[in-house]
Ligand binder design. Sequence first.
Ligand code: SF4
Ligand code: SF4
Length: 340
Amino acid sequence: MEQIISRCGNICSECPWSMFVRKKIAKEDWEEYSQQIKTYTGYKPVKFEWEGCVGCHTPNDELPSHPFFNFLKKCRTRKCGQYNEIPNCAYCGRFPCANTVASDKFTKEKVSEKLGKEVSDEEYERYIKMFDSMTNLNDIRSRLKDTQIKNPKLVTHKREIPELMGTFKNASFKFVYDVLLAIANSNLGIKGIDTVSGLELYKEREEFFWRFLWLIGIFGNVNKHELNLDSGTLYDNRKPISLPNNEEGWNIIFDILSKFGIDTELEIKTDKLYTPGGYMRAKIPKTNEPAYLLKMKTDPKLQKYPFFKGLNEMLLELQKNSEKRAFSNFKKLNFTSILE
Ligand code: SF4
Ligand code: SF4
């Protein structure tokens, strides 16, 4: 069978989630094969009986209706490859861009280091290579001619921010508003926002940020220039966003906040912070206790007024005046209901 490479460089035709592999491996060998995949990658494939992924080159209207395919529909690298009409990122003039989901987590060296033993060529080929996406893409790229490489078609994005039709009732609200405006007008740490993958990542991050700012403003415990918020409260009120899966994910958010004068650190409350599958917990297992605490403080340039207190008062007032529309108004930076 001809090798099928996903937009981000995985080998679909050898992927344990695919329908292709389900045709090659007998049902009675599936459990052992799945266990080996879990040993080398940390992920256990979906059971043999499932129909299997049809691969990310399948157009949206031909994807089966199973919820699994929602992740393919949302994949920013798939959308970017489709928009640019290229088979995968190796054919792109921006490769390797900062926003591709291709990863270097599954190189032979990194998996050997993680397992504490040298992975053989045979083990790598059978259980790992299909996910060694960056290596696979680099390999494809090395065989391409310059004429086969295309620059991505650029996209533009402008956030619409309503004009202030009035004044805030105090200087502290205006101070908070200016910080929110600076955040809204930034790229939220995304490089390459002019490509489909960059813009998709920006939209995801934007969704996260405004919900996150709302949660710290409404639920945070404020003490002058400091604010604490526990992961349990964040988790219970997070929807429609998901919390970062690991500390690395949080650090990306903290780096962005620090550009606006907010320094944050995590205080871990448990030695069981991660699930066996490698996801960060919000609550300590079998309890309702938070697994970590977000500790935030404003740096001196953001201390002209108590920022967190101002944010809290502003959002409570917005809630009172805009009721059900309060969060959606906040996201749009529409503060009309609290202006004088
Ligand atoms: S899960 Fe990803 S790599 Fe696997 S078959 Fe589907 S698109 Fe390809
Ligand atoms: S811009 Fe990035 S994600 Fe999009 S095709 Fe190019 S390398 Fe891939």
